[in-house]
Design a protein around this ligand. Structure first.
Ligand SMILES: [Zn+2]
Length: 77
């Protein structure tokens, strides 16, 4: 299954940032994904594979809430 992540999407990871925050915003997509910590604004790079292993929830605009990545955008099929 190919998931589409877009710049501006908000996600949570399995492990939060050391600053205590676990809300991230995607600021770049591609082979590598750039995430911005919404707590301290620091940015990290993850490979897409690493990102997909670590991402847990994503903000679903239609449902207006954080949803588990497993259920994200499956309805479109
Ligand atoms: Zn942080």
């Amino acid at each position: 299954m190919i998931l589409k992540y877009e710049v501006g999407d908000r996600v949570t990871l399995k492990k939060g940032h050391p600053c205590g925050e676990n809300n991230w915003e995607i600021s770049r997509t591609g082979v590598d994904i750039k995430l911005k910590c919404l707590g301290c604004e620091r940015q990290i790079w993850l490979t897409r594979i690493e990102f997909e292993k670590r991402v847990r929830k994503i903000y679903d605009q239609e449902k207006d809430k954080m949803v588990s990545i497993v259920h994200y955008r499956q309805d479109e099929e």
